[in-house]
Design a protein around this ligand. Structure first.
Ligand code: FEO
Length: 398
């Protein structure tokens, strides 16, 4: 890959991963993902984060190519998750005198994963490391996305090395900076990354955003996805909204779990009623077919959510249960919410969603819409009421 620079002395050293199917072995990567690392060449040299273990060959080659005979003086670890720390051991083998810069929560994880406990350079909130022309300033950002996560602000070029924050799924296919690529594609992959990976840490993301609010930022260099230099306000505004659990648009996500099509009929009926009420963005997902990653992302996008399930062994349908489990700790709020389902011989689908909603503090709108076996006219009338109440709540915000 050609050398790409963020500024005179700062190089992009990221790699694309088009082979891994599941990020964290959990979240689909149909469009791949980029692991971004950065190299600052000054009186002292510093690498900011590394890349995933399986993708370090090209990364190490480019690093050695740029450095030539020079030593690498510092490795700044903003985040220890192995998609960024995977090449640390090789870096310390190549540059045995390197100082590893992290905070007090970084080093136990570093030792745990890689057995490294030497040449540690501990920094705390607000500390500065002088590289010569460039000065690195450190701010702790715990739980965005792990407890040791910090961000590094280089004050000469006003570059924020932001770790996972402002990162995205999707490889960088030629374009690396935000103005070199079409953000229509990345907007969805950014939301999916945030909601899937960082979504449960909204409060901590809010704290991190408050910390960086006073910094004069000209570049945001995240560990995944595009480098931001033209749409900085745009991406920060997205993070503000997402971390406050504020939906971006009016619309309704309907998720259902159906064994023989009866609960699906109720979903279609609800969707048609929503449409008659003027709701234009309606997305129906079969929880058995669509990976939760995409459903969760759309739940972050739209302000309406209606979940339905067939009964299954006294509980909800397994694919719905799995989605509810994933959502349980994400603290989704500010959604106009409805429930429907079919009870068959034992019930449990509607009841399980109801219980989940109580724990999630989401108040179901409308009556109890639960068909016994196949829905009849009375059941569809109850579905209408749920749909109309959700539509009214969307159309008449308080
Ligand atoms: Fe991209 Fe939390 O690692």
């Amino acid at each position: 890959m050609k050398h790409v620079k963020l500024s005179d002395d700062i190089y992009y050293l990221g790699v694309n991963d088009r082979r891994t199917h599941l990020f964290e072995n959990a979240w689909p990567l149909p469009n791949g993902v980029a692991y971004n690392s950065y190299l600052i060449v000054d009186e002292k040299t510093a690498l900011v984060d590394t890349v995933e273990y399986g993708h370090m060959e090209d990364f190490l080659q480019r690093l050695e190519d740029i450095l030539g005979e020079r030593q690498l003086d510092y490795l700044v670890i903003n985040h220890m998750e192995p998609d960024h720390s995977g090449a640390i051991r090789q870096i310390t083998n190549l540059y045995p005198d390197i100082q590893i810069v992290g905070n007090k929560k970084t080093f136990p994880i570093l030792e745990g994963f890689y057995g490294i406990s030497q040449n540690l350079y501990e920094v705390s909130e607000g500390d500065m490391l002088d590289l010569g022309k460039h000065k690195l300033n450190f701010y702790m950002a715990p739980m965005v996305h792990w407890p040791e996560t910090m961000v590094t602000y280089e004050s000469t070029t006003k570059t924020l090395f932001s770790a996972d924050a402002f990162g995205s799924f999707g490889t960088l296919d030629g374009g690396i900076f935000d103005d070199e690529l079409n953000l229509n594609f990345f907007e969805d992959e950014l939301r999916r990354y945030y909601s899937n990976i960082v979504g449960k840490y909204g409060n901590q993301t809010q704290k991190a955003l408050a910390k960086i609010a006073d910094l004069d930022i000209k570049l945001i260099a995240a560990t995944h996805g595009p480098i931001w230099r033209c749409h900085i306000d745009w991406i920060i505004e997205k993070y503000q909204k997402w971390s406050l659990y504020e939906a971006e648009e009016d619309g309704v996500v309907i998720v259902f779990g159906s064994m023989y099509g009866n609960t699906e009929k109720m979903a279609d009926h609800i969707a048609r009623t929503l449409s008659e009420q003027g709701i234009k963005d309606i997305r129906i997902y079969d929880a058995s077919k669509t990976h939760a990653s995409y459903i969760i992302s759309d739940i972050w996008k739209y302000n309406g959510l209606i979940i339905g399930s067939a009964a299954y062994n006294g509980g909800a349908f397994p694919a719905v249960t799995s989605l509810l489990d994933k959502l349980k700790n994400m603290y989704v709020k500010n959604r106009h919410f409805g429930i429907f389902g079919s009870s068959s011989w034992g019930g449990g689908g509607h009841r399980t969603i109801q219980k989940w909603a109580e724990e999630a503090k989401l108040e179901p709108l409308g009556p109890k819409a639960e068909a016994r076996c196949a829905p009849n006219d009375d059941d569809f009338a109850l579905c209408d009421e749920v749909a109309i109440e959700v539509a009214n709540a969307i159309k008449n915000p308080k």
